[in-house]
Design a protein around this ligand. Structure first.
Ligand code: GLP
Length: 243
């Protein structure tokens, strides 16, 4: 495990964008695993800049998103589909048929999860996975639990997550209580991982993930067992690391 501590959010975004860009340069048909949330917005902006400056080409790149809320349609501004389109995809030259996001409106959620796993396998797995982290240590929507859920599955969202994510909704009651998320095994099978975090409110989760026991109660702690993971965090998020 490598830990890169940057001065601020901008540097965190630039460092991680360079890693994603290098991946796409080396292997233009890379399979990227993508995250949503506020942390990764700066990273997407940097990648869009590189694309506009003609330094990057996403024509052959394939993507799989980590998760999606159950019950929100693609045109709902709070769906992760809408987020990805409006914060990243519409600004780059990705082929729409190469974009994969779980369908939160699928009639058969179990089947949707199985299909998602099958598609990832069909692409020979994810080359580079981008992760954020929840204040409770979740990755994707793998919430603290008594066991690690292996593959893509339906999750019941933690109260803390519902509260955290309610800032994007007009009313906390509008936050979906369920989501589809890649599982821990799905994430652990990715070839390379970068996890981004910024701000003091993430500092405890980061410390637990890096230095704590490996436990499903802090889902990100499993990353200690991954062979190629880099945490790229700003100084505030590193607050407890050397305490
Ligand atoms: C959401 C997403 C996660 C993300 C996390 C952190 O719940 N499902 O993939 O990492 O929240 O979000 P933020 O970056 O907004 O703090």
């Amino acid at each position: 495990m490598r830990v890169i501590v940057t001065e601020d959010y901008e540097q965190m975004s630039k460092r991680s964008a360079n890693i994603v860009a290098a991946q796409v340069f080396i292997k233009p048909d890379s399979v990227l695993g993508l995250a949503t949330g506020s942390t990764v917005l700066g990273l997407y902006n940097e990648l869009i800049k590189m694309y506009k400056e003609k330094d990057l080409d996403f024509k052959e790149t394939k993507t799989f998103n980590l998760d999606e809320y159950i019950g929100l349609s693609k045109d709902n501004p709070n769906s992760y589909y809408f987020y990805m389109m409006n914060n990243f995809f519409k600004f780059i030259n990705i082929d729409e048929s190469n974009i994969n996001i779980p369908d939160g409106k699928a009639l058969d959620i179990k089947k949707e999860c199985e299909e998602y796993e099958r598609k990832i396998k069909e692409e020979n797995g994810i080359d580079l996975q981008i992760l954020g982290i929840g204040r409770n240590g979740h990755i994707g929507f793998n919430e603290p639990d008594v066991k690690f859920e292996a593959t893509t599955h339906k999750v019941s969202l933690d109260e803390k997550t519902v509260k955290d994510n309610s800032r994007f909704f007009s009313d906390i009651n509008k936050v979906p209580r369920y989501a589809i998320s890649m599982g821990i095994k799905t994430i652990m099978l990715t070839k390379k991982i970068i996890l981004l975090a910024n701000g003091k409110e993430k500092a405890k989760a980061i410390n637990k993930a890096i230095n704590g026991p490996i436990t499903p109660d802090t889902p990100a702690s499993i990353l200690q067992l991954h062979q190629d993971v880099t945490f790229i965090i700003d100084r505030e998020a590193s607050y407890y690391l050397d305490k």
